[in-house]
Design a protein around this ligand. Structure first.
Ligand SMILES: Cc1ncc(COP(=O)(O)O)c(C=O)c1O
Length: 366
């Protein structure tokens, strides 16, 4: 039997509607140019560069974030089979991208304060590396972006390149030299449906990623092991319309964030995810349940008609595909996996009191 629909769903993405897209689609009709760095993709790239305070050439648009991560890793040209250090506390796209770039995911633990792999943690983990480390992927969890300068310094000191997986950090990401990927998937605050971008303060590196995203093709033929990671003009049209609406989208998300902070900051037994409500907006609201398991609260919330999700499940190391990947001890990840729960969050959500009331009751029952 199909379960009854939740009265409050977890997520209801809202992308630009047909009217907002129409002028951009008319441009595509007129130009008859549908992909391969057309006028809309170039304009989107320029506007995204402006958003991140980068000069033109600081951003490349890609078909999705996973391909963006893969391309950034390929552009670093690490030795095939080398280890790629990364947190297990991430979405599966992170290790999948490393594998696609010819690297072996090596899972390490995160800081209990930031929920992310930090440069000091990475330095300590290096002493336990079970083989040569070709690259590090640092992840900005749930919209909380790391300081890129700290990671650039890590690379200067160790010689190991870093890629920043800032999939959900469109609003908080600050680019540095280490390439950063931001996802533009439908679940993200700025979306092209499927899409992503790679940015860096190093335009030569960004140009290398762009070249790899078009089969590594130059006038001389395919010069490098690239792939097809280009963004189509249709996705770029959605991105441009989404950027037009971004000030309003951001205002709504900031108001929602403020409501959640006000409702949850005095609720004992829960802690908002690091960075939530600290000036930037994200596409999800995650809490750490301190007095019960996320599984039991998830079940109680479902009884109350409210959909919740353990976004990163039990950590990547628990997925069958990565069972053989090397890893360090992961006590913080294991704890977060037991306790972190995503609450409903989307621009026109009008049930924050209902969600937080149900959460309070679920905690009282636990
Ligand atoms: C941490 C992380 N990395 C990578 C991705 C992959 O991005 P995309 O869905 O655009 O491929 C996601 C998607 O949500 C993510 O959360």
């Amino acid at each position: 039997m199909t379960p009854p629909p939740h009265s409050v769903p977890l997520l209801r993405p809202r992308l630009p509607d047909g009217a907002a897209l129409a002028p951009y689609l008319a441009e595509i009709d007129a130009s008859r140019w549908y992909s391969n760095f057309g006028a809309l993709e170039r304009r989107l790239r320029a506007r995204l560069a402006e958003h991140f305070g980068l000069p033109e050439g600081g951003v490349v648009c890609v078909a999705n974030g996973t391909l963006g991560l893969t391309l950034a890793l390929l552009a670093l040209e690490p030795s095939r089979g080398a280890l790629c250090m990364m947190p297990s506390w991430t979405f599966v796209a992170t290790p999948l991208a490393a594998n696609a770039a010819g690297l072996t995911p090596w899972f390490v633990d995160v800081s209990p304060e930031s929920w992310s792999l930090e440069p000091d943690g990475a330095r300590q983990a290096l002493a336990q590396a079970p083989g040569p480390v070709g690259a590090v992927i640092a992840v900005g969890p749930f919209g909380s972006a790391p300081n890129p300068d700290d990671w650039d310094r890590f690379t200067e000191e160790t010689g190991i390149p870093v890629v920043l997986d800032l999939a959900s950090c469109f609003d908080s990401a600050r680019p540095g030299r280490s390439p950063a990927m931001v996802s533009l998937h439908a679940t993200k605050v700025l979306s092209t449906g499927e899409g992503g971008l790679v940015c860096s303060t190093d335009p030569d590196f960004v140009e290398r990623v762009r070249l790899l995203s078009v089969f590594g093709l130059t006038a001389r033929g395919s010069e490098a092991w690239g792939l097809n990671g280009k963004m189509s003009e249709y996705a770029a049209a959605v991105g441009l319309a989404a950027l037009d609406a971004w000030p309003e989208t951001r205002r709504c998300l900031a108001a929602l964030t403020t409501q959640y902070v006000a409702a949850l900051e005095h609720l004992s037994g829960v802690r908002l995810s690091p960075g939530f409500g600290r000036g930037s907006v994200s596409g999800s609201c995650n809490v750490e349940i301190l007095t019960a398991t996320a599984e039991s609260v998830d079940a109680a919330m479902a009884e109350a008609g409210i959909e919740t999700r353990r976004w990163w499940a039990r950590g990547c190391h628990r997925h069958p595909a990565f069972a053989d990947c090397p890893r360090t001890a992961l006590p913080v990840t294991e704890g977060l996996a037991e306790r972190v729960l995503g609450l409903p969050f989307y621009v026109d959500l009008d049930a924050v009191d209902q969600v937080c009331g149900a959460l309070r009751e679920a905690l009282e029952q636990a």
